[in-house]
Write a new protein. Structure first.
Length: 563
């Protein structure tokens, strides 16, 4: 396996060169989420890259909330983001910050830009601004108010701050180049009027900085050396650099702080997975899922509830790696990482999801036995537990066939199987209900074949799991498939506007089964391997009367990573 210290990528190569050439003296990154929704798996690539790069170089990583739009932001989302970061095993070693901490400083810089002729107050309507902006193939044209006198711009901006105008009446724009081939450089907005109460600053402000203005300057205020972000921000880089340079954060002599350097990488795209907060919010609000933490959702809070370990998410992102070109990863790769993470630590137990009763006919009604069971085949240090067996047991319906196909090595008429960790049984008859379904299966038990005894050496081809019908607990199993259909992957951007049209109607199956009685004492979040059934995690919906278990991931899916 490749040594972790030898692994590299184009971002780390660039940082290495900067450090060698003296363009940077330290590595200081930041993760800058907007607190307007719950983080999803798509955000993890930036998160792991920001925090992981700081860890690699012994540097610092800030957590900064870019809270510049009070219309969509909330404390709930900020707290969820902090929880998710810590669940992934990271911490903001450089400190916790908010763009709103810098509102006064940003305002002062905006005034300075006005005084230096780098910004002006515009009064074009939003429709007029789109018209004046031009297209990708034709230049924009200057606003009639672009050359407004500096004194008038400053007065209007201050009156905007004082709340003298309605929303949409004025906007502050940077004066750059309306003929630039980069649309982002065509006099972008810096401030707008917005009468919304901010979740941190209340009603102190009625003008708010735009993201493209506040974001790079917040990086500069914090001494960030590397702004690592996804490719969607590549076209914004010239604007990012323009604001940083014009605000005076580039050391002209090559010494001291040269300001943050933006480096972009490809986004994380996964098959059958929605990567848009807007789409996810619609699925929540219209009831297609049961909240942001519904285990079918790609949000981190949902994955944590389902039973994914944070280490699995980190391993997945690291395996995907960093590239400059967008690509789509098979969702089964994520499943494989989860399977690897839980497989080593999850105790093994027996549970029957679709039960059919077996009655052992050649033992007394009060017959019982207590059997030792290993908790993990590869970890004897995890110890053993005691499991009881009685005259009546539950097995899986799929483990019995009255008219079996060839090479069916589970239970069948006159056939024998071994009960996991227990005895060999033989089917002698089948009792049917009035409707023709199987009521129960009658079997004889070979008492000399008990596991651990001399008779245990007798071989049969099949082994099945089971649960003592007289000493078990009922539970609800929630079996998950992908939330989106396969058609989502090939749909056009226009088709994807109606995300609800691609929801998989079979993304959740609920079954009721029986499990070992000891699972009643499991805590919410505890994960087990239900033998032959998959990995399951106890859900928060569990009650004293009934446990609820989410299937975390199946035991295997045939996924083979590309070499």
């Amino acid at each position: 396996m490749e040594n972790e210290n030898e692994r590299t990528n184009f971002i780390w190569d660039a940082i290495d060169e900067d450090l060698r050439e003296g363009r940077a003296q330290q590595v200081h990154t930041r993760f800058p989420p907007e607190p307007n929704g719950y983080p999803h798996i798509g955000h993890c690539k930036a998160l792991v890259t920001d925090f992981g790069t700081a860890e690699k170089y012994g540097g610092l990583c800030n957590l900064r909330f870019d809270d510049t739009n009070p219309a969509k932001e909330d404390t709930e989302y900020a707290e969820a983001i902090k929880t998710d970061i810590e669940w992934l095993g990271f911490h903001w070693t450089g400190g916790l910050y908010y763009a709103s901490d810098y509102y006064q400083r940003l305002y002062d810089i905006a005034e300075d830009f006005i005084l230096r002729g780098l910004a002006y107050v515009d009064e074009l309507t939003s429709d007029e601004m789109r018209e004046y902006r031009g297209t990708l193939t034709s230049p924009g044209k200057n606003s009639p108010w672009r050359d407004r006198p500096i004194e008038e711009n400053l007065s209007l901006f201050r009156r905007m701050k004082a709340g003298e105008f309605p929303e949409g009446r004025y906007i502050l724009r940077a004066k750059i180049d309306m003929a630039s081939p980069n649309m982002n450089m065509r006099d972008p907005a810096m401030y707008r009027i917005l009468y919304k109460e901010h979740w941190r600053t209340g009603n102190t402000w009625c003008i708010y900085p735009m993201y493209d203005f506040a974001h790079p300057l917040s990086d500069a205020f914090e001494g960030i050396t590397y702004s690592l972000c996804s490719l969607e921000f590549e076209d914004h880089r010239p604007l990012y650099d323009w604001f940083v340079e014009k605000a005076g954060f580039r050391a002209g002599d090559g010494k001291g702080y040269f300001g943050p350097r933006q480096i972009e990488f490809a986004r994380l795209n996964i098959t059958r997975t929605v990567m848009s907060k807007r789409h996810l919010r619609r699925l929540v609000e219209e009831g297609f899922v049961n909240g942001w933490d519904d285990p079918r959702m790609p949000t981190l809070t949902a994955m944590r509830r389902r039973g994914y370990p944070g280490s699995a998410i980190r391993a997945f992102v690291e395996q995907v790696g960093l590239a400059k070109a967008d690509s789509t990863v098979d969702v089964r790769m994520l499943d494989a990482c989860v399977r690897d993470a839980v497989g080593d630590s999850a105790p093994r137990v027996m549970a029957v999801l679709n039960p059919v009763k077996v009655v052992l006919t050649n033992v007394p009604d009060d017959w019982t036995d207590t059997l030792p069971m290993e908790n993990h085949p590869d970890h004897p240090e995890m110890g053993e537990r005691e499991v009881t067996i009685s005259k009546e047991i539950w097995i899986e319906k799929e483990d019995f066939e009255e008219d079996p196909p060839k090479k069916f090595f589970r239970l069948k008429p006159e056939g024998e199987v071994r009960l996991k960790g227990a005895y060999i049984i033989k089917c002698v008859s089948v009792a049917h209900a009035p409707d023709g379904s199987i009521d129960h299966i009658e079997c004889s038990v070979d008492l000399d074949s008990r596991s651990g005894s001399e008779g245990a050496n007798r071989k049969v081809k099949g082994t099945i799991h089971w649960v003592n019908a007289r000493d078990c607990a009922s539970f609800e199993a929630r079996l998950y498939d992908q939330l989106m259909t396969e058609a989502w992957d090939t749909a056009s951007a226009e088709e994807k506007k109606d995300v609800t049209a691609f929801v998989n109607p079979n993304s959740l199956e609920i079954v009721n089964g029986y499990c070992e009685h000891t699972l009643v004492n499991a805590k919410v979040g505890d994960t087990f391997q239900f033998l032959r059934m998959g990995y399951f995690c106890k859900d928060k919906d569990s009650t004293a009367e009934k446990s609820v278990y989410n299937r975390v991931v199946s035991l295997k899916d045939g996924y083979k990573p590309e070499k």
